[in-house]
Design a protein around this ligand. Structure first.
Ligand code: M6R
Length: 605
Protein backbone atom coordinates (compact mmCIF):
# COMPACT_ATOMS: atom_id res chain seq x y z
CA UNK A 1 0.00 0.00 0.00
CA UNK A 2 2.61 2.48 -1.03
CA UNK A 3 3.88 4.21 -4.13
CA UNK A 4 7.21 3.41 -5.76
CA UNK A 5 9.02 5.40 -8.43
CA UNK A 6 12.50 4.95 -9.87
CA UNK A 7 14.33 6.64 -12.71
CA UNK A 8 17.49 5.95 -14.66
CA UNK A 9 18.54 8.09 -17.59
CA UNK A 10 19.92 11.61 -17.63
CA UNK A 11 20.61 14.01 -14.83
CA UNK A 12 16.99 14.67 -13.83
CA UNK A 13 16.47 11.53 -11.73
CA UNK A 14 15.51 13.32 -8.50
CA UNK A 15 12.96 15.56 -10.23
CA UNK A 16 11.33 12.70 -12.13
CA UNK A 17 11.07 10.64 -8.95
CA UNK A 18 9.57 13.47 -6.88
CA UNK A 19 7.12 14.32 -9.65
CA UNK A 20 6.17 10.65 -9.98
CA UNK A 21 5.65 10.36 -6.23
CA UNK A 22 3.32 13.35 -6.39
CA UNK A 23 1.14 11.40 -8.81
CA UNK A 24 1.25 8.35 -6.55
CA UNK A 25 0.62 10.10 -3.26
CA UNK A 26 -2.93 8.75 -3.34
CA UNK A 27 -1.38 5.36 -2.56
CA UNK A 28 -0.22 6.53 0.84
CA UNK A 29 1.12 9.65 2.47
CA UNK A 30 2.44 8.78 5.92
CA UNK A 31 6.03 9.49 4.93
CA UNK A 32 8.18 9.74 1.82
CA UNK A 33 11.80 9.21 0.86
CA UNK A 34 14.31 9.14 -1.95
CA UNK A 35 17.66 7.41 -2.57
CA UNK A 36 20.07 8.84 -5.12
CA UNK A 37 23.32 7.36 -6.43
CA UNK A 38 25.84 10.09 -7.07
CA UNK A 39 29.63 10.21 -7.39
CA UNK A 40 30.00 6.65 -6.14
CA UNK A 41 27.87 7.27 -3.05
CA UNK A 42 24.35 6.51 -1.91
CA UNK A 43 22.36 9.46 -0.52
CA UNK A 44 19.08 8.80 1.27
CA UNK A 45 16.60 11.47 2.41
CA UNK A 46 13.36 10.66 4.24
CA UNK A 47 10.67 12.65 5.99
CA UNK A 48 7.44 11.98 7.89
CA UNK A 49 4.17 13.31 6.46
CA UNK A 50 3.18 14.22 2.95
CA UNK A 51 5.56 14.53 0.06
CA UNK A 52 5.70 18.30 0.52
CA UNK A 53 7.69 17.66 3.73
CA UNK A 54 10.29 15.67 1.82
CA UNK A 55 10.42 18.36 -0.84
CA UNK A 56 11.13 20.96 1.86
CA UNK A 57 13.86 18.76 3.30
CA UNK A 58 15.74 18.34 0.05
CA UNK A 59 15.06 21.78 -1.42
CA UNK A 60 18.61 23.05 -0.96
CA UNK A 61 20.45 19.76 -1.33
CA UNK A 62 22.39 18.85 -4.43
CA UNK A 63 20.88 15.53 -5.43
CA UNK A 64 21.31 15.92 -9.18
CA UNK A 65 22.01 12.50 -10.58
CA UNK A 66 20.98 10.06 -13.28
CA UNK A 67 19.57 7.35 -11.00
CA UNK A 68 17.14 7.48 -8.07
CA UNK A 69 14.37 5.52 -6.38
CA UNK A 70 11.60 6.98 -4.23
CA UNK A 71 8.69 5.96 -2.09
CA UNK A 72 5.50 7.30 -0.55
CA UNK A 73 4.34 5.18 2.37
CA UNK A 74 1.12 3.93 3.88
CA UNK A 75 2.18 2.31 7.13
CA UNK A 76 1.56 -1.39 7.76
CA UNK A 77 4.45 -2.40 10.06
CA UNK A 78 5.81 0.34 12.25
CA UNK A 79 4.35 3.79 12.88
CA UNK A 80 4.91 6.64 10.44
CA UNK A 81 8.39 7.93 11.38
CA UNK A 82 11.64 8.85 9.66
CA UNK A 83 13.21 5.56 10.76
CA UNK A 84 10.36 3.58 9.24
CA UNK A 85 10.21 5.62 6.03
CA UNK A 86 11.62 4.08 2.85
CA UNK A 87 14.17 3.72 1.27
CA UNK A 88 15.77 1.33 3.73
CA UNK A 89 19.49 0.74 3.55
CA UNK A 90 21.89 -2.11 4.24
CA UNK A 91 24.16 -1.99 7.28
CA UNK A 92 27.01 -0.53 5.24
CA UNK A 93 24.71 2.05 3.55
CA UNK A 94 25.57 0.66 0.13
CA UNK A 95 22.24 -0.87 -0.96
CA UNK A 96 18.80 0.82 -0.80
CA UNK A 97 15.34 -0.69 -1.23
CA UNK A 98 11.82 0.67 -1.61
CA UNK A 99 8.94 -1.74 -1.14
CA UNK A 100 5.18 -1.95 -1.48
CA UNK A 101 3.49 -4.94 0.18
CA UNK A 102 3.94 -7.03 3.29
CA UNK A 103 6.69 -9.52 4.10
CA UNK A 104 4.96 -12.12 6.23
CA UNK A 105 8.06 -13.99 7.47
CA UNK A 106 9.97 -10.85 8.37
CA UNK A 107 10.29 -11.74 12.05
CA UNK A 108 12.19 -14.98 11.35
CA UNK A 109 14.33 -13.30 8.72
CA UNK A 110 15.08 -10.39 11.00
CA UNK A 111 16.23 -12.71 13.78
CA UNK A 112 18.40 -14.71 11.40
CA UNK A 113 19.96 -11.61 9.80
CA UNK A 114 20.53 -9.86 13.13
CA UNK A 115 22.47 -12.89 14.35
CA UNK A 116 24.65 -12.58 11.28
CA UNK A 117 25.50 -8.99 12.20
CA UNK A 118 23.10 -6.95 10.04
CA UNK A 119 22.03 -3.83 11.88
CA UNK A 120 18.30 -3.09 11.87
CA UNK A 121 17.25 0.54 12.24
CA UNK A 122 13.49 0.38 11.78
CA UNK A 123 10.40 -1.56 12.85
CA UNK A 124 9.42 -2.36 9.27
CA UNK A 125 9.11 -5.66 7.46
CA UNK A 126 10.78 -3.99 4.45
CA UNK A 127 14.13 -3.62 6.12
CA UNK A 128 14.61 -7.40 6.10
CA UNK A 129 14.64 -7.26 2.28
CA UNK A 130 17.62 -4.95 2.04
CA UNK A 131 19.63 -6.88 4.64
CA UNK A 132 18.80 -10.15 2.93
CA UNK A 133 20.02 -8.78 -0.40
CA UNK A 134 23.17 -7.48 1.28
CA UNK A 135 23.67 -10.89 2.86
CA UNK A 136 23.68 -12.51 -0.58
CA UNK A 137 25.65 -9.77 -2.29
CA UNK A 138 29.11 -10.71 -3.49
CA UNK A 139 29.60 -8.80 -6.72
CA UNK A 140 26.29 -9.08 -8.60
CA UNK A 141 23.17 -7.24 -7.44
CA UNK A 142 20.87 -9.11 -9.82
CA UNK A 143 21.89 -12.48 -8.41
CA UNK A 144 21.67 -11.24 -4.81
CA UNK A 145 18.12 -9.95 -5.38
CA UNK A 146 16.96 -13.17 -7.04
CA UNK A 147 18.38 -15.24 -4.16
CA UNK A 148 16.81 -12.97 -1.55
CA UNK A 149 13.40 -13.14 -3.20
CA UNK A 150 13.39 -16.92 -2.85
CA UNK A 151 13.26 -16.47 0.91
CA UNK A 152 10.53 -13.86 1.09
CA UNK A 153 6.98 -14.85 1.94
CA UNK A 154 4.23 -12.35 1.33
CA UNK A 155 3.63 -9.64 -1.21
CA UNK A 156 6.05 -7.18 -2.71
CA UNK A 157 6.93 -4.79 -5.42
CA UNK A 158 10.51 -3.64 -4.89
CA UNK A 159 13.12 -1.42 -6.45
CA UNK A 160 16.77 -1.86 -5.45
CA UNK A 161 19.89 0.21 -6.11
CA UNK A 162 23.48 -0.28 -5.02
CA UNK A 163 26.38 2.16 -5.04
CA UNK A 164 28.55 -0.67 -6.42
CA UNK A 165 26.39 -0.93 -9.57
CA UNK A 166 25.17 2.61 -10.31
CA UNK A 167 24.03 1.78 -13.84
CA UNK A 168 20.96 -0.24 -12.88
CA UNK A 169 17.77 -0.51 -10.83
CA UNK A 170 16.64 -4.04 -10.03
CA UNK A 171 12.89 -4.44 -9.68
CA UNK A 172 10.67 -7.38 -8.80
CA UNK A 173 7.04 -8.06 -8.18
CA UNK A 174 4.89 -10.60 -6.40
CA UNK A 175 1.39 -9.58 -5.39
CA UNK A 176 1.88 -5.80 -5.58
CA UNK A 177 1.76 -3.80 -8.81
CA UNK A 178 4.83 -2.56 -10.66
CA UNK A 179 5.32 -1.24 -14.16
CA UNK A 180 8.28 -0.10 -16.24
CA UNK A 181 7.82 2.96 -18.45
CA UNK A 182 10.12 2.46 -21.41
CA UNK A 183 11.59 5.69 -22.76
CA UNK A 184 14.38 6.89 -25.08
CA UNK A 185 17.68 6.54 -23.20
CA UNK A 186 15.71 6.58 -19.97
CA UNK A 187 13.43 4.20 -18.10
CA UNK A 188 11.04 4.79 -15.23
CA UNK A 189 9.64 2.26 -12.84
CA UNK A 190 6.48 2.94 -10.87
CA UNK A 191 3.53 1.47 -9.04
CA UNK A 192 1.25 2.72 -11.78
CA UNK A 193 1.29 4.56 -15.07
CA UNK A 194 0.23 7.96 -13.74
CA UNK A 195 3.86 8.41 -12.66
CA UNK A 196 5.34 7.54 -16.05
CA UNK A 197 2.83 9.00 -18.52
CA UNK A 198 4.60 12.35 -18.79
CA UNK A 199 7.70 10.64 -20.16
CA UNK A 200 6.43 7.71 -22.15
CA UNK A 201 3.31 5.88 -23.20
CA UNK A 202 5.20 2.58 -23.51
CA UNK A 203 4.74 0.31 -20.55
CA UNK A 204 5.79 -3.16 -19.43
CA UNK A 205 3.52 -4.64 -16.74
CA UNK A 206 5.50 -6.95 -14.49
CA UNK A 207 3.80 -10.24 -13.65
CA UNK A 208 4.05 -11.97 -10.31
CA UNK A 209 7.42 -13.67 -9.94
CA UNK A 210 9.18 -11.49 -12.49
CA UNK A 211 12.40 -9.58 -11.94
CA UNK A 212 13.90 -6.91 -14.20
CA UNK A 213 17.23 -5.19 -14.54
CA UNK A 214 16.46 -1.66 -15.66
CA UNK A 215 19.28 0.38 -17.20
CA UNK A 216 19.07 3.70 -19.08
CA UNK A 217 19.13 1.97 -22.47
CA UNK A 218 17.77 -1.47 -21.74
CA UNK A 219 15.32 -3.54 -19.75
CA UNK A 220 16.11 -7.19 -19.06
CA UNK A 221 13.06 -9.11 -17.87
CA UNK A 222 13.44 -12.46 -16.13
CA UNK A 223 11.41 -15.05 -14.30
CA UNK A 224 12.16 -15.81 -10.68
CA UNK A 225 14.95 -18.23 -11.73
CA UNK A 226 16.75 -15.57 -13.73
CA UNK A 227 15.66 -16.95 -17.12
CA UNK A 228 15.25 -14.10 -19.59
CA UNK A 229 11.73 -13.38 -20.89
CA UNK A 230 10.55 -11.40 -23.93
CA UNK A 231 9.44 -7.82 -23.24
CA UNK A 232 5.75 -7.27 -23.86
CA UNK A 233 5.50 -3.51 -24.33
CA UNK A 234 1.99 -2.08 -24.22
CA UNK A 235 0.92 1.39 -25.31
CA UNK A 236 -1.13 3.26 -22.71
CA UNK A 237 -3.59 5.68 -24.26
CA UNK A 238 -4.48 7.57 -21.08
CA UNK A 239 -4.15 11.28 -21.55
CA UNK A 240 -1.61 12.86 -19.19
CA UNK A 241 -4.06 15.68 -18.48
CA UNK A 242 -6.49 13.11 -17.09
CA UNK A 243 -4.09 12.67 -14.20
CA UNK A 244 -4.08 16.31 -13.31
CA UNK A 245 -6.68 18.55 -11.69
CA UNK A 246 -7.51 20.72 -14.67
CA UNK A 247 -8.40 23.72 -12.58
CA UNK A 248 -10.74 21.98 -10.15
CA UNK A 249 -10.03 22.55 -6.47
CA UNK A 250 -9.82 18.81 -5.85
CA UNK A 251 -9.47 15.66 -7.91
CA UNK A 252 -12.70 14.41 -6.37
CA UNK A 253 -14.66 17.37 -7.75
CA UNK A 254 -13.03 16.98 -11.14
CA UNK A 255 -13.86 13.30 -11.14
CA UNK A 256 -17.49 13.98 -10.18
CA UNK A 257 -17.76 16.41 -13.09
CA UNK A 258 -16.13 13.92 -15.46
CA UNK A 259 -18.94 11.43 -15.01
CA UNK A 260 -20.98 12.29 -18.12
CA UNK A 261 -17.89 11.64 -20.22
CA UNK A 262 -17.02 8.54 -18.22
CA UNK A 263 -20.39 7.00 -19.05
CA UNK A 264 -19.81 7.63 -22.74
CA UNK A 265 -16.40 5.96 -22.42
CA UNK A 266 -17.81 3.00 -20.51
CA UNK A 267 -20.42 2.44 -23.20
CA UNK A 268 -17.89 2.92 -25.99
CA UNK A 269 -16.86 -0.26 -27.77
CA UNK A 270 -19.51 -2.34 -25.99
CA UNK A 271 -22.55 -1.61 -28.16
CA UNK A 272 -22.85 -2.73 -31.79
CA UNK A 273 -26.01 -2.40 -33.89
CA UNK A 274 -28.09 -1.48 -30.83
CA UNK A 275 -26.90 -4.61 -29.05
CA UNK A 276 -24.52 -5.02 -26.11
CA UNK A 277 -21.41 -7.00 -26.96
CA UNK A 278 -18.68 -7.10 -24.40
CA UNK A 279 -16.08 -8.93 -26.42
CA UNK A 280 -13.85 -9.81 -23.49
CA UNK A 281 -16.51 -12.11 -22.06
CA UNK A 282 -17.31 -15.21 -24.00
CA UNK A 283 -20.92 -16.27 -24.53
CA UNK A 284 -19.81 -19.67 -23.29
CA UNK A 285 -19.18 -18.30 -19.79
CA UNK A 286 -22.55 -16.53 -19.61
CA UNK A 287 -24.68 -19.14 -21.30
CA UNK A 288 -25.35 -21.67 -18.61
CA UNK A 289 -25.08 -19.58 -15.47
CA UNK A 290 -27.86 -20.02 -12.93
CA UNK A 291 -26.59 -17.76 -10.20
CA UNK A 292 -24.32 -14.75 -9.82
CA UNK A 293 -21.98 -14.07 -6.92
CA UNK A 294 -20.52 -10.57 -6.56
CA UNK A 295 -17.42 -9.98 -4.48
CA UNK A 296 -15.96 -6.53 -3.79
CA UNK A 297 -15.03 -3.95 -1.15
CA UNK A 298 -16.24 -0.47 -0.22
CA UNK A 299 -17.75 1.54 -3.02
CA UNK A 300 -17.27 -1.33 -5.46
CA UNK A 301 -19.35 -3.46 -3.10
CA UNK A 302 -22.13 -0.88 -3.26
CA UNK A 303 -21.99 -1.02 -7.05
CA UNK A 304 -22.35 -4.79 -6.72
CA UNK A 305 -25.41 -4.31 -4.54
CA UNK A 306 -27.03 -2.16 -7.23
CA UNK A 307 -26.00 -4.89 -9.70
CA UNK A 308 -27.92 -7.43 -7.63
CA UNK A 309 -31.13 -5.43 -8.00
CA UNK A 310 -30.54 -4.95 -11.74
CA UNK A 311 -29.83 -8.61 -12.50
CA UNK A 312 -32.50 -10.08 -10.25
CA UNK A 313 -35.16 -7.63 -11.42
CA UNK A 314 -34.54 -8.10 -15.13
CA UNK A 315 -33.20 -11.64 -15.45
CA UNK A 316 -34.64 -13.38 -12.38
CA UNK A 317 -31.19 -14.85 -11.75
CA UNK A 318 -30.37 -14.93 -8.02
CA UNK A 319 -27.40 -12.78 -7.04
CA UNK A 320 -25.48 -13.12 -3.78
CA UNK A 321 -23.03 -10.57 -2.51
CA UNK A 322 -19.90 -10.77 -0.38
CA UNK A 323 -17.53 -8.25 1.06
CA UNK A 324 -14.24 -9.64 -0.27
CA UNK A 325 -12.47 -9.72 3.11
CA UNK A 326 -15.19 -12.06 4.42
CA UNK A 327 -15.59 -14.27 1.38
CA UNK A 328 -12.60 -16.60 1.80
CA UNK A 329 -13.08 -17.11 5.47
CA UNK A 330 -16.65 -18.32 5.41
CA UNK A 331 -15.80 -21.44 3.44
CA UNK A 332 -17.96 -20.37 0.49
CA UNK A 333 -19.84 -22.85 -1.66
CA UNK A 334 -18.30 -22.44 -5.09
CA UNK A 335 -20.31 -23.86 -7.95
CA UNK A 336 -19.64 -24.20 -11.65
CA UNK A 337 -22.96 -22.78 -12.80
CA UNK A 338 -22.42 -19.58 -10.80
CA UNK A 339 -20.89 -16.54 -12.43
CA UNK A 340 -18.40 -14.93 -10.04
CA UNK A 341 -17.98 -11.21 -10.49
CA UNK A 342 -15.20 -9.32 -8.76
CA UNK A 343 -15.54 -5.55 -8.85
CA UNK A 344 -12.57 -3.30 -8.29
CA UNK A 345 -11.56 0.17 -9.41
CA UNK A 346 -7.85 -0.37 -8.79
CA UNK A 347 -7.77 -4.03 -9.75
CA UNK A 348 -5.24 -4.43 -6.95
CA UNK A 349 -7.37 -4.66 -3.80
CA UNK A 350 -5.76 -7.53 -1.89
CA UNK A 351 -9.00 -8.81 -0.37
CA UNK A 352 -10.75 -8.92 -3.74
CA UNK A 353 -7.74 -10.52 -5.41
CA UNK A 354 -7.57 -13.20 -2.73
CA UNK A 355 -11.27 -13.96 -3.26
CA UNK A 356 -10.74 -14.19 -7.02
CA UNK A 357 -7.91 -16.67 -6.52
CA UNK A 358 -10.01 -18.69 -4.09
CA UNK A 359 -12.81 -18.98 -6.64
CA UNK A 360 -10.41 -19.96 -9.42
CA UNK A 361 -8.72 -22.52 -7.20
CA UNK A 362 -12.10 -24.25 -6.98
CA UNK A 363 -12.34 -24.39 -10.75
CA UNK A 364 -15.01 -21.73 -11.22
CA UNK A 365 -14.86 -18.81 -13.64
CA UNK A 366 -14.44 -15.20 -12.56
CA UNK A 367 -15.25 -12.02 -14.46
CA UNK A 368 -13.67 -8.76 -13.33
CA UNK A 369 -15.30 -5.35 -13.51
CA UNK A 370 -12.12 -3.33 -13.31
CA UNK A 371 -10.95 0.18 -14.06
CA UNK A 372 -7.17 -0.07 -14.15
CA UNK A 373 -6.07 -1.75 -17.34
CA UNK A 374 -3.41 -4.39 -16.88
CA UNK A 375 -4.00 -4.54 -13.11
CA UNK A 376 -3.63 -7.88 -11.36
CA UNK A 377 -7.36 -8.60 -11.07
CA UNK A 378 -7.87 -7.72 -14.73
CA UNK A 379 -5.11 -10.09 -15.74
CA UNK A 380 -6.10 -12.97 -13.51
CA UNK A 381 -9.85 -12.93 -14.22
CA UNK A 382 -11.27 -15.20 -16.93
CA UNK A 383 -12.84 -12.19 -18.59
CA UNK A 384 -12.89 -8.49 -17.82
CA UNK A 385 -15.24 -5.60 -18.34
CA UNK A 386 -13.07 -2.51 -18.32
CA UNK A 387 -14.99 0.39 -16.86
CA UNK A 388 -12.88 2.96 -18.76
CA UNK A 389 -13.30 5.67 -16.14
CA UNK A 390 -9.68 6.80 -16.55
CA UNK A 391 -7.33 7.30 -13.61
CA UNK A 392 -9.22 8.01 -10.40
CA UNK A 393 -6.97 9.97 -8.06
CA UNK A 394 -9.34 11.09 -5.28
CA UNK A 395 -9.36 8.48 -2.54
CA UNK A 396 -13.15 8.71 -2.43
CA UNK A 397 -14.36 6.78 -5.43
CA UNK A 398 -16.89 8.58 -7.62
CA UNK A 399 -16.48 8.21 -11.36
CA UNK A 400 -15.32 4.61 -10.99
CA UNK A 401 -18.60 3.86 -9.20
CA UNK A 402 -20.77 5.28 -11.97
CA UNK A 403 -18.75 3.31 -14.51
CA UNK A 404 -19.23 0.14 -12.47
CA UNK A 405 -22.99 0.72 -12.42
CA UNK A 406 -23.07 1.20 -16.18
CA UNK A 407 -21.05 -2.02 -16.53
CA UNK A 408 -23.68 -3.89 -14.52
CA UNK A 409 -26.47 -2.63 -16.80
CA UNK A 410 -24.45 -3.73 -19.83
CA UNK A 411 -23.61 -7.10 -18.33
CA UNK A 412 -27.28 -7.65 -17.48
CA UNK A 413 -28.20 -6.91 -21.10
CA UNK A 414 -25.50 -9.23 -22.42
CA UNK A 415 -26.56 -12.11 -20.18
CA UNK A 416 -30.20 -11.34 -21.01
CA UNK A 417 -29.54 -11.59 -24.73
CA UNK A 418 -27.46 -14.73 -24.48
CA UNK A 419 -29.98 -16.44 -22.23
CA UNK A 420 -32.87 -15.00 -24.25
CA UNK A 421 -34.37 -13.27 -21.24
CA UNK A 422 -34.38 -9.76 -22.68
CA UNK A 423 -36.17 -8.91 -25.91
CA UNK A 424 -34.40 -6.95 -28.64
CA UNK A 425 -36.88 -4.12 -28.12
CA UNK A 426 -36.16 -3.89 -24.42
CA UNK A 427 -32.42 -4.02 -25.02
CA UNK A 428 -32.73 -1.08 -27.46
CA UNK A 429 -34.90 0.84 -24.99
CA UNK A 430 -32.41 0.33 -22.15
CA UNK A 431 -29.43 1.31 -24.29
CA UNK A 432 -31.27 4.54 -25.17
CA UNK A 433 -31.86 5.25 -21.48
CA UNK A 434 -28.15 4.72 -20.77
CA UNK A 435 -27.18 7.00 -23.62
CA UNK A 436 -29.34 9.80 -22.20
CA UNK A 437 -27.77 9.63 -18.73
CA UNK A 438 -24.68 11.81 -19.47
CA UNK A 439 -26.89 14.71 -20.44
CA UNK A 440 -29.07 14.26 -17.38
CA UNK A 441 -26.02 14.23 -15.12
CA UNK A 442 -24.77 17.41 -16.82
CA UNK A 443 -28.02 19.10 -15.82
CA UNK A 444 -27.70 17.96 -12.22
CA UNK A 445 -24.11 19.18 -12.10
CA UNK A 446 -25.20 22.62 -13.33
CA UNK A 447 -27.02 22.85 -10.00
CA UNK A 448 -23.86 22.43 -7.97
CA UNK A 449 -24.06 25.80 -6.23
CA UNK A 450 -27.50 24.97 -4.89
CA UNK A 451 -26.20 21.59 -3.68
CA UNK A 452 -23.33 23.41 -2.01
CA UNK A 453 -25.75 25.69 -0.16
CA UNK A 454 -27.91 22.74 0.92
CA UNK A 455 -24.79 20.93 2.17
CA UNK A 456 -23.95 23.80 4.50
CA UNK A 457 -26.66 22.71 6.92
CA UNK A 458 -24.88 19.35 7.35
CA UNK A 459 -21.40 20.68 7.94
CA UNK A 460 -21.32 20.87 11.70
CA UNK A 461 -23.59 18.05 12.75
CA UNK A 462 -22.27 14.97 14.55
CA UNK A 463 -24.21 12.30 12.73
CA UNK A 464 -26.30 11.90 9.58
CA UNK A 465 -28.71 9.15 8.49
CA UNK A 466 -28.88 8.14 4.84
CA UNK A 467 -31.96 6.22 3.80
CA UNK A 468 -33.28 4.67 0.62
CA UNK A 469 -35.23 1.62 -0.43
CA UNK A 470 -34.94 -1.03 -3.08
CA UNK A 471 -32.35 -0.15 -5.76
CA UNK A 472 -31.63 3.15 -4.01
CA UNK A 473 -30.76 1.51 -0.71
CA UNK A 474 -27.17 0.91 -1.93
CA UNK A 475 -27.07 4.59 -2.88
CA UNK A 476 -27.90 5.47 0.73
CA UNK A 477 -24.97 3.25 1.79
CA UNK A 478 -22.73 4.91 -0.76
CA UNK A 479 -23.81 8.39 0.36
CA UNK A 480 -22.96 7.53 3.97
CA UNK A 481 -19.59 6.01 3.01
CA UNK A 482 -18.66 9.05 0.91
CA UNK A 483 -19.55 11.43 3.72
CA UNK A 484 -17.73 9.60 6.49
CA UNK A 485 -14.54 8.99 4.58
CA UNK A 486 -13.92 12.58 3.57
CA UNK A 487 -15.78 14.70 6.15
CA UNK A 488 -15.18 12.51 9.25
CA UNK A 489 -18.85 12.94 10.20
CA UNK A 490 -20.49 9.78 11.43
CA UNK A 491 -23.05 8.56 8.90
CA UNK A 492 -25.16 5.46 8.55
CA UNK A 493 -26.88 4.10 5.51
CA UNK A 494 -30.14 2.28 6.13
CA UNK A 495 -33.08 0.82 4.30
CA UNK A 496 -35.69 3.50 4.99
CA UNK A 497 -38.16 0.85 6.18
CA UNK A 498 -35.68 -0.48 8.71
CA UNK A 499 -35.36 2.78 10.64
CA UNK A 500 -38.30 2.02 12.88
CA UNK A 501 -36.65 -1.24 13.94
CA UNK A 502 -33.95 0.53 15.89
CA UNK A 503 -32.01 3.39 14.35
CA UNK A 504 -34.90 5.83 14.57
CA UNK A 505 -33.94 6.12 18.24
CA UNK A 506 -30.99 8.21 17.05
CA UNK A 507 -33.17 10.78 15.30
CA UNK A 508 -33.64 14.19 16.90
CA UNK A 509 -33.43 17.82 15.81
CA UNK A 510 -29.61 17.55 15.69
CA UNK A 511 -29.46 14.41 13.52
CA UNK A 512 -30.47 15.18 9.95
CA UNK A 513 -31.18 12.63 7.23
CA UNK A 514 -30.67 12.40 3.51
CA UNK A 515 -33.44 10.36 1.90
CA UNK A 516 -33.78 9.03 -1.63
CA UNK A 517 -37.47 9.16 -2.46
CA UNK A 518 -37.76 8.95 -6.23
CA UNK A 519 -40.82 7.80 -8.16
CA UNK A 520 -41.05 4.03 -8.27
CA UNK A 521 -42.24 0.95 -6.46
CA UNK A 522 -41.36 2.12 -2.96
CA UNK A 523 -42.15 5.82 -3.31
CA UNK A 524 -45.20 5.90 -1.03
CA UNK A 525 -43.53 3.75 1.62
CA UNK A 526 -40.41 5.92 1.64
CA UNK A 527 -42.56 9.01 1.97
CA UNK A 528 -44.11 7.49 5.10
CA UNK A 529 -40.64 6.73 6.44
CA UNK A 530 -39.69 10.38 5.89
CA UNK A 531 -42.77 11.41 7.88
CA UNK A 532 -41.58 9.16 10.70
CA UNK A 533 -38.27 11.05 10.76
CA UNK A 534 -40.02 14.42 10.65
CA UNK A 535 -42.25 13.40 13.54
CA UNK A 536 -39.04 12.99 15.61
CA UNK A 537 -37.97 16.54 14.64
CA UNK A 538 -35.37 15.20 12.23
CA UNK A 539 -34.53 17.43 9.25
CA UNK A 540 -34.53 15.66 5.90
CA UNK A 541 -32.88 16.50 2.60
CA UNK A 542 -34.81 14.62 -0.06
CA UNK A 543 -33.65 13.41 -3.46
CA UNK A 544 -36.86 13.25 -5.48
CA UNK A 545 -38.20 13.11 -9.03
CA UNK A 546 -38.84 16.31 -10.95
CA UNK A 547 -42.48 17.31 -10.88
CA UNK A 548 -43.03 15.83 -7.44
CA UNK A 549 -44.64 18.89 -5.91
CA UNK A 550 -46.09 16.89 -3.05
CA UNK A 551 -42.61 16.50 -1.62
CA UNK A 552 -41.79 20.12 -2.28
CA UNK A 553 -44.74 21.11 -0.16
CA UNK A 554 -43.25 19.23 2.79
CA UNK A 555 -41.03 22.32 3.24
CA UNK A 556 -37.74 20.47 3.16
CA UNK A 557 -34.70 20.81 0.92
CA UNK A 558 -35.46 18.86 -2.24
CA UNK A 559 -32.90 17.86 -4.87
CA UNK A 560 -34.51 16.75 -8.10
CA UNK A 561 -33.48 14.15 -10.64
CA UNK A 562 -35.26 14.04 -14.00
CA UNK A 563 -38.01 11.52 -14.51
CA UNK A 564 -36.43 8.11 -15.11
CA UNK A 565 -37.27 4.45 -14.68
CA UNK A 566 -36.54 3.40 -11.11
CA UNK A 567 -34.10 0.75 -12.42
CA UNK A 568 -31.74 3.43 -13.73
CA UNK A 569 -32.29 6.05 -11.02
CA UNK A 570 -29.11 5.20 -9.02
CA UNK A 571 -27.07 6.68 -11.89
CA UNK A 572 -28.60 10.05 -11.04
CA UNK A 573 -29.30 9.91 -7.31
CA UNK A 574 -25.68 9.06 -6.53
CA UNK A 575 -24.48 12.34 -8.06
CA UNK A 576 -26.21 14.24 -5.25
CA UNK A 577 -24.67 11.91 -2.66
CA UNK A 578 -21.20 12.56 -4.02
CA UNK A 579 -21.66 16.33 -4.20
CA UNK A 580 -23.12 16.56 -0.69
CA UNK A 581 -20.14 14.65 0.74
CA UNK A 582 -17.72 16.74 -1.29
CA UNK A 583 -19.15 20.11 -0.26
CA UNK A 584 -19.46 19.20 3.42
CA UNK A 585 -15.76 18.21 3.49
CA UNK A 586 -14.75 21.19 1.38
CA UNK A 587 -16.63 23.66 3.59
CA UNK A 588 -14.91 22.08 6.61
CA UNK A 589 -11.59 22.75 4.87
CA UNK A 590 -10.52 19.11 4.91
CA UNK A 591 -8.07 17.36 2.62
CA UNK A 592 -10.75 15.92 0.36
CA UNK A 593 -8.47 13.95 -1.94
CA UNK A 594 -6.37 12.40 0.79
CA UNK A 595 -8.56 11.75 3.80
CA UNK A 596 -6.85 10.63 6.97
CA UNK A 597 -6.11 6.92 7.52
CA UNK A 598 -7.09 5.95 3.98
CA UNK A 599 -5.28 5.02 0.82
CA UNK A 600 -6.55 4.75 -2.70
CA UNK A 601 -5.37 1.27 -3.41
CA UNK A 602 -5.64 -1.18 -0.53
CA UNK A 603 -3.07 -3.82 -1.37
CA UNK A 604 -2.95 -5.48 2.06
CA UNK A 605 -5.50 -7.90 3.49
O1 M6R B 1 -10.04 -0.43 -5.96
P1 M6R B 1 -11.27 -1.08 -5.36
O2 M6R B 1 -12.51 -0.72 -6.07
O3 M6R B 1 -11.11 -2.56 -5.22
O4 M6R B 1 -11.34 -0.47 -3.90
C1 M6R B 1 -12.32 -0.89 -3.00
C2 M6R B 1 -12.43 0.06 -1.83
O5 M6R B 1 -11.22 0.12 -1.14
C3 M6R B 1 -12.82 1.47 -2.27
O6 M6R B 1 -14.02 1.47 -2.99
C4 M6R B 1 -12.99 2.39 -1.05
O7 M6R B 1 -14.07 2.01 -0.30
C5 M6R B 1 -13.13 3.85 -1.51
N1 M6R B 1 -12.27 4.71 -0.74
C6 M6R B 1 -14.50 4.38 -1.39
O8 M6R B 1 -14.61 5.71 -1.78
Amino acid sequence: MCGIVGYIGDNKAKDVVIEGLEKLEYRGYDSAGIAVLKDGNLFVEREVGKLSELKNLIRNKDLMSNIAIGHTRWATHGEPSVANAHPHTSTGYDIAVVHNGIIENFMELREMLSKKGHVFRSATDTETIVHLIADYYIDNLEIAVIKALEELEGAYAIAVVSKHEPDRIIVARKGSPLIIGVGEHENIIASDVTATLKYTDKVVYLNDGEVAVVKADSVKLMNSNGVELPLDIKIVDWDISAAEKLGYKHFMLKEIFEQPEVIINTLRGKIYSEQVEIKEISAEILHGIKRVSVIACGTSFHAGLVGKYIIEEELRIPVSLDVASEFRYRNPIIEEDTLYLVVSQSGETADTLAALREVKAHGAKVIGIVNVVGSTIAREANGVIYTNAGPEIGVASTKAFIAQLVSFYLLMLQIGRIQEKISKGKEREYIKILEKIPNQIENILKNHLYIQSVSKSLTFVKSIMYVGRNINYPIALEGALKLKEISYIHAEGYQAGELKHGPIALIDEFTPSVAVCVKGSTYAKTLSNIQEIKARKGKVIIIATEGDDKIKNEGMDVLYIPEISELFSPLLTVIYMQLIAYYVAEIKGLDVDKPRNLAKSVTVE
